[in-house]
Design a protein around this ligand. Structure first.
Ligand code: NAD
Length: 299
């Protein structure tokens, strides 16, 4: 056992369920909630307590972790009618690990603080494999001492746990990450399509350039998927569109023009409109292929 009281865990989807399991493996006692009963019952069989609402989960816990799709879901779970704010005792901490708009994190931290409840934003990268293995990269925003207090618990879910700055900073780091990844995939798509049309093997071009300045984790992860026509996710177009939506909402509020990100958002929306929202974001190449009337592929 540990010195910490019960941990409320809300949101047991692709990411949340394995993250909750890793905490249970480290002997933390969990009380769990999700609007979907299946993962809740699965974790109950493994020893977690069940809550009937976020409010109930918070009333039994000293720490509440949320792992939900987007800002409106987190707002509902934390501040809604049966939300955490109505059950949490003063001195409770909320760690929101969802990828959401940073300004919404700030707004919720302020509302919780009025009730004596502290909050960190701690979005992750590393996908489902990282969530299962406990090797996520976790970017944390909020009070530094609070971060230090929960660092070990976060370390059960991630191998890199970095304090980025005040509340909302974790999500700023995550959104920055998502801009770079989206634009990089679009650049890889344009380059491979040009090679294809010029009659030069995209595979050989990839091998020729990957050791130079154009080399990147994105190039190594996504170019082979495009060439081999493997578009199963991975990270879905729908989720990337959600993240770039949050980037653009934030950039508008801060008055920062991001022209290339705005264009990438249009590309993602076009792919969603063509029914490709559940494909991996490497399917960005299909947007270009449709315009050029040619496919990137093996000889
Ligand atoms: P998911 O859709 O699989 O899981 C979300 C869970 O939240 C679901 O179980 C859903 O039932 C639950 N939920 C929704 N509304 C709720 C509510 N009001 N009350 C209680 N539960 C509710 O999503 P995921 O892939 O686990 O992603 C979670 C977050 O992590 C997202 O913000 C996503 O962008 C981010 N993320 C995902 C990945 C990935 O590869 N999947 C990688 C990094 C970050």
């Amino acid at each position: 056992m540990t010195a910490t009281g019960k941990i409320g865990f809300i949101g047991l989807g692709i990411m949340g369920k394995p993250m909750a399991r890793n905490l249970m493996k480290a002997n933390y006692q969990l009380i769990v909630y999700d609007i979907n009963r299946a993962p809740v019952e699965e974790l109950a069989k493994e020893g977690a307590a069940l809550a009937a609402s976020p409010r109930e989960a918070a009333s039994e816990a000293t720490l509440v972790i949320t792992m939900l799709p987007n800002s409106p879901h987190v707002r509902e779970v934390l501040l809604g009618k049966n939300g955490v704010i109505h059950g949490a005792k003063p001195g409770t901490t909320v760690i929101d690990m969802s990828s959401i708009a940073p300004l919404v994190s700030r707004e919720m931290e302020a509302a919780l603080r009025e009730k004596g409840v502290a909050m960190l934003d701690a979005p992750v990268s590393g996908g489902e494999p990282g969530a299962v293995a406990g090797t996520l990269s976790i970017m944390v925003g909020g009070d530094r001492e609070l971060f230090q207090r929960y660092r070990d618990i976060l370390g059960r879910m991630g191998k890199s746990v970095v304090h980025v700055g005040p509340i909302g900073s974790g999500n700023v780091a995550k959104l920055s990450n998502q801009i770079i990844v989206a634009l990089n995939i679009a650049a890889v798509s344009e380059a491979l399509l040009l090679a294809e049309k010029a009659g030069v093997s995209p595979r050989v071009v990839y091998e020729a350039i990957r050791g130079g300045l154009a080399g990147s984790n994105v190039l190594d992860a996504k170019a082979p998927m495009m060439i081999e026509r493997r578009f199963a996710p991975g990270f879905k177009i729908d989720l990337h569109a959600k993240d770039l939506g949050n980037v653009l909402e934030t950039s508008r509020q801060l008055n920062v023009p991001l022209p290339l990100t705005a264009l990438a958002m249009e590309i993602l929306q076009s792919l969603q409109a063509s029914g490709l929202g559940s494909e991996d974001h490497s399917a960005i190449v299909k947007f270009y292929e449709k315009m050029a009337g040619i496919e990137v592929g093996e000889e």
